[in-house]
Design a protein around this ligand. Structure first.
Ligand code: P1T
Length: 384
């Protein structure tokens, strides 16, 4: 089994980083559940010394994810947050970063509540307007960190324009590609220096693992990420690595269905008189529909949000779902609904939620891969 050099995306997802186990021929990369490796003699080993530093299952996943995102190397972490944390450690006290104002609540919390205590400064701006990025640049700006589409109001940021601004000012660009997945959005091809994912979501896709990954292209970033992964030790376990490797095999298949269901639900909700507003980048009503078509040419995925008008109305609907599960997280095969203001974005202060358009009546859907008519039936009865 050799991956041809011109292999297409689906083939890369299935095969990159993997080969039959050399001792047994097992087609699936084994879970190397070990803490250490026996050395042949002093100073002689097989490239593996201690499992925080190297693990063959994790290495196989990292090679797979680097190939899928079109990067040079990948580093797998214990969660999406620890992957983002590893990236910020690239900055030093006194450095400044520009960040999308509507990121996942946990990203905002890490930057605003933890990293500022260590002497880093952050400007949270509306990066959907590239001039806002330009305006926020200071002589100490070292990183531009964008999330696109954003969680949960699905605003887009132009990745190529952001890369140009970041590079002009000597900063590096990081893209959180969790909501889109590498099937739908290719940040490195558009100029990003690092891509981060919560692998908990689409990459694993089966709601049974927490993890994160950073994919990098520049040697200086690769060296640092390898160093910090070993130094801080927030590594992904062999079991989780195996689960995500299982997930990436079907990523292209799943994304087709997530995208079809996401669009169909957005269109269905747009026709419901009780729904005040539907947000989905694949709807012509989305203010950045043109950018979505250019930057996400294969579709806009399974994430959508809608507004009911008041918290009370949102509560009634949220408590009535039968098939869709009320839960945090996203990107799994089963459809989830959540109330971002009190769940995923509760760590964002109410005034900031208001600025980014995250109202108390907003409901977020992560469309799974169920039959679309069953999802519509559930929405219909919840809204009735
Ligand atoms: O949960 P964790 O694996 O640590 O990933 C953090 C994270 C990073 N980036 C984005 C865009 C995310 O959505 C998340 C996690 N999000 C949720 C748990 C959620 O329900 O929105």
């Amino acid at each position: 089994m050799t991956l041809p050099p011109n292999a297409r995306f689906e083939t890369i997802c299935l095969h990159a980083g993997q080969r039959p186990d050399p001792t047994t021929g097992a087609i699936i990369t084994p879970i190397y559940q070990t803490s250490t490796y026996v050395q042949d003699a002093l100073g002689q080993h097989k490239g593996y010394e201690y499992a925080r530093t190297q693990n063959p299952t994790r290495a196989s996943l990292e090679a797979n994810l680097a190939a899928i995102e079109g990067g040079k190397a990948a580093f797998a972490f214990a969660s999406g947050m620890s992957a983002i944390h590893a990236i910020v450690t690239r900055l030093s006290a006194g450095d400044h970063a520009i960040v999308t104002d509507n990121t996942y609540g946990g990203t905002f919390r890490l930057f605003d509540k933890v990293m500022t205590r260590l002497g880093l400064a952050f400007s949270f701006v509306d990066t959907s307007d590239p001039t806002e990025i330009e305006k926020a640049v200071t002589p100490t700006t070292k990183m531009v960190f964008i999330e696109t589409p954003t969680n949960p109001v699905l605003r887009l940021t132009d990745i190529a324009a952001s890369a140009e601004i970041a590079h002009k000012h000597g900063a590096f660009l990081v893209v959180d590609n969790t909501f889109a997945s590498p099937c739908l959005q290719r940040p490195i091809e558009l100029g990003a220096d690092m891509v981060v994912h919560s692998t908990t979501k689409y990459l694993n896709g089966h709601s049974d693992s927490i993890g994160g990954v950073v994919i990098a292209v520049r040697d200086e970033h690769i060296e640092w990420l390898k160093f910090i992964q070993n130094s801080a030790g927030a590594i992904l376990s062999p079991m989780d690595s195996s689960l995500i490797l299982r997930g990436t095999k079907t990523l292209p298949l799943r994304m087709v269905q997530h995208t079809a269901n996401g669009l169909a639900l957005a269109e269905f909700l747009s026709e419901q008189p009780k729904v005040k507003k539907v947000i989905y980048p694949g709807l012509p009503s989305h203010p950045q529909y043109e950018l979505a078509r250019r930057q996400m040419p294969n579709g806009c995925g399974g994430m959508l949000s809608f507004e009911m008008g008041s918290l009370e109305e949102a509560r009634v609907v949220l408590n009535k779902f039968r098939l869709m599960a009320l839960a945090e997280s996203l990107g799994g095969v089963e459809t989830l609904v959540c109330h971002p203001a009190s769940m995923t974005h509760a760590s964002v202060p109410p005034e900031r939620r208001a600025t980014i358009g995250l109202s108390d009546s907003l409901i977020r859907i992560s469309a799974g891969v169920e039959h679309i008519e069953d999802l519509k039936d559930d929405l219909r009865q919840a809204l009735s």
